[in-house]
Design a protein around this ligand. Sequence first.
Ligand SMILES: Cc1ncc(COP(=O)(O)O)c(C=O)c1O
Length: 474
Amino acid sequence: MATLTETQANLANDPLSADIADKAKKHLVQPWPAAGSVGEDLRTILRASDGILVYDEHGNPLIDGPAGMWCVNIGHRRKDMVEAISSQLMDMTYSSPWYTTAGATAELAARIAGHAPGDLEHVFFTTGGSTAVETALRFAQFFNNALGRPEKKLIVSRGDAYHGSTYLSGSVSGKARDKNWMDQAGDKAVFLSSPNTYRRPDGQTEDQFCDHLIAEFEAKIAEIGADKIAAYIAEPVLASGGVIMPPKGYVQAMHAVCQAHDILYISDEVVTAFGRLGHVFASRDEFGIEPDMITFAKGVTSGYFPLGGVVISKALFERIREAGNGDALFAHGYTYSSHPAGCAAGMKNLDILEDEHILETVRDETGPYFQQQLKTLEDLPLVGEVRGVGLMACVECVADRENRSALEVDYAIGTRIDVHCQALGLLVRPIINMCVMSPPLTITKSEIDQMVSILREGISRTMDDLRKEGVWNG
Ligand SMILES: Cc1ncc(COP(=O)(O)O)c(C=O)c1O
């Protein structure tokens, strides 16, 4: 393996980047493209990565602010992780989960079940987060078919939620902008308000806002009928919606409503599991609930191999058996459900999280420090709110801070800040007017300082640009 300084030097003089740029522009369609950009779109080219850093086409290091896509939890370029995957591939490359069982798969299922709350002890592996959510939703439908109540099928979700990009997981996602041009399985999903305390109605306290959200859910159930609703799906913290922290007590109260009405609670922990909040699963350990299913992906392999899954409560299978339908067939699965290499990566990932006390460090040290340091950015007049928990956070910018209103200029603020930050050595995940941060869990306090100081400078430069363009005078 080349050392990193060699890699850096090689990249700086490497003509391959121009070739990559040309091919990407002409032939590559990347996620969330605007139709008019296909054939022209070019995103930052990355050529190498190590620890918390990625390297651009010129060999410049950038702090990986979003850890890829909330996923590279143990950091980049871990030799022990690469060896665990390659060793599994050399021992046995692939085995079909339809009619065989791989050792690594059973081992990881048992280990994940050991970390899951309550009686969540059955693990169905998938290929990533969308397929994990798809599986949980299809299981909720199957469950009600097997219980002889085929009319109990609706899924309740929320505005600002993101649950994936398959037809059903996309249909229960609630980000308004993503709905404009895409078809939805509209007869399957019902939406409640986003629990966004920053944008709660004027005059409401956080407690009142929480009561209002619970009452909204109860009213929706009364309107539709609990006998029509299969499940409620929720990220404990809405990640791609902008790290939306629900009001205190909300997660537990929504869970209680579900239990009272025999509505399955699906906790979508695709982002929050495997250490982002300092726990393997955050549902119980951070929010005090034992849901019926938990979906996971991303951090389960720290992005070294595509893998996801659902942990399902034992009680659900028991209820199916008690209903006399033990032979009901859950006709669902993927060729790469429980890929042995992914499961070997999952095992090594848990070893690393445990052996290096990464969860404790996030929980007690770097997580609180990260939040505290980012919060200092609220003194900048363009910053509306900084919020988050553990090692996930959002810096929400608003041109009109007083009214928190979305002005025309807000729509590109995230991208503008990202451009400045990249020039300064930090990769940011821009979402409209927000900068979302979720660095590798191995980040140190001094690296957090570096990240926050680049972000401060990036936002300051953006403010200068807006003033010069005469579109903002804050
Ligand atoms: C909460 C949540 N669920 C599901 C998904 C979909 O995961 P994937 O992109 O791996 O399909 C994501 C992706 O960001 C997510 O944030």
